[in-house]
Design a protein around this ligand. Structure first.
Ligand SMILES: Nc1ncnc2c1ncn2[C@@H]1O[C@H](COP(=O)(O)OP(=O)(O)O)[C@@H](O)[C@H]1O
Ligand SMILES: [Mg+2]
Length: 409
């Protein structure tokens, strides 16, 4: 069960220097919760924070130059915080398992002399196995593609062994992350695990229209980011996990108001169609006829039921197109899923829907604001004493936010 304890972004658009959760050495701040919600007015940086996760994930998959040049990003110069000259920088502080020693990943992306983005620094650190204090030791340390990596699972059990396992690295392509290259090698299991963790992140760009399409290819195990293979996932579940799928459909139906039963119907040409039974009508509706909201909730809930769920799920404004009463249900489902015993997924959402926020605890909520200088600032709601007290008295958090209590400093 991987868990992100903290995340710091520097020089990424309006996020000139923003930290959520805690980083290495910060003993007084609690780590991030399993469900994290970021709220804020328009222009405060919610989408940017979510995209910072997406950017990291893209850097791993396609390299830093292509990640910068994605349509919605428009190149490095537009990404770097206005007026800044330093690199775009990320720190992730995370644990593979609750009792594992935390790992820090530091990544800097800068422009080379030809103004091409490249990885200027990349470091992975972890404390030695038998040390509970002190500075974590790097097991990957690269500057401009050159540096060292320490092989093996536990090469650093004893001091003095550093040099024995040290291997010099000289990457030929500094647009690729070092973890992308080294993570494929059997000699570096710790790097592989981190790479796999990052590779497993799921950023939802769910489009109900895309999800309505009729399945073209065959069964597919995982929902993709646009949700346009929803029917293929349904086919997969129906074939590979039939009994479990029936239980899942029953559970999902009970969460969506107005839906009595969801089942599948196999057509003569062997396509699997999703069939929703509405309380009011005798004949079922097919996914093609369902409302955006219903399909969206269905897709989110199905995502949570993935037999190999993503370790980190990011969802932007799940409220769009949803009936407000569904929002509390959804927030509660997300939390239940993220916190249940053995849960594999940590969930990050951005929202500005008070009904969604109502279902949250102050420890789960972060507020982004646009500061006077135009850059985003972030505040952990649990640190706002009045808000914490009012919530303890039974006032719903979303209502407080709506009435501007959360702006009061
Ligand atoms: N390179 C940049 N430097 C500083 N601010 C930027 C940069 N690029 C975009 N912004 C600002 O970032 C702000 C945050 O936008 P966004 O993340 O879309 O907010 P939200 O999703 O909360 O509505 C916008 O007000 C935009 O002007
Ligand atoms: Mg936005």
């Amino acid at each position: 069960m991987a868990h992100i304890e903290g995340f710091r972004v520097r020089n990424y658009r309006s996020l000139r220097d923003v930290t959520i959760g805690r980083l290495y050495g910060d003993r007084d701040t609690p780590g991030l919760t399993r469900l994290i919600a970021v709220i804020g007015k328009n222009g405060s940086g919610k989408s940017t924070l979510l995209d910072a996760f997406g950017f990291l994930s893209d850097c791993l998959i396609m390299g830093v130059e292509a990640a910068c040049d994605q349509k919605q990003r428009g190149g490095f110069e537009r990404l770097r915080s206005k007026g800044m000259t330093g690199p775009i920088h990320f720190d992730i502080y995370y644990r593979e398992e609750p009792n594992d020693r935390p790992i820090t990943y530091e990544l800097s992306i800068d422009l080379d002399e030809l103004r091409r983005p490249f990885v200027s620094e990349e470091i992975l650190r972890q404390r030695r196995r038998n040390q509970s204090r002190g500075r974590p030791f790097p097991f990957l340390n690269l500057q401009n593609g050159n540096g060292e990596v320490w092989a093996g699972e536990d090469a650093l059990q004893a001091t003095g062994e550093e040099s024995r396992f040290k291997i010099a690295v000289n990457l030929t392509d500094t647009r690729q992350l070092g973890i992308a290259t080294l993570g494929t090698l059997r000699d570096h299991p710790r790097i592989s695990r981190f790479r796999d963790f990052l590779k497993g992140w799921y950023l939802s760009y769910f489009q109900p229209d895309a999800a309505r399409g009729l399945p073209s290819a065959g069964p597919q195990p995982h929902l993709n980011i646009h949700g346009d293979n929803l029917s293929n996932v349904v086919q997969f579940m129906e074939r590979e996990h039939k009994d479990r799928f029936a239980v899942i459909l029953k559970r999902i139906a009970s969460r969506i108001p107005g839906v009595r039963k969801i089942d599948t119907h196999v057509t003569e040409d062997r396509r699997v169609l999703l069939r929703f039974n509405d309380g009011g009508f005798e004949d079922p509706f097919y996914a093609q006829q369902m409302s955006d909201g219903t399909l969206k909730v269905f897709a989110y809930l199905l995502l949570l039921e993935d037999p190999e769920p993503p370790p980190f799920i990011c969802i932007e404004e799940p409220e769009n197109g949803l009936y407000h009463k569904l929002l509390e249900t959804l927030a509660t489902e997300f939390r239940e899923h993220a916190t249940k015993k053995g849960s594999a997924s940590q969930i990050f959402v951005t929202t500005h829907q008070p009904y969604f926020v109502d279902a949250l605890d102050p420890s789960e909520v972060w507020i982004l604001e646009k500061g006077k200088d135009g850059f985003s600032t972030v505040q952990h709601v649990v640190k706002l004493e009045i808000v914490k007290n009012l919530v303890a008295e039974g006032l719903p958090l979303g209502g407080l936010w709506y009435s501007d209590y959360l702006d009061a400093r």
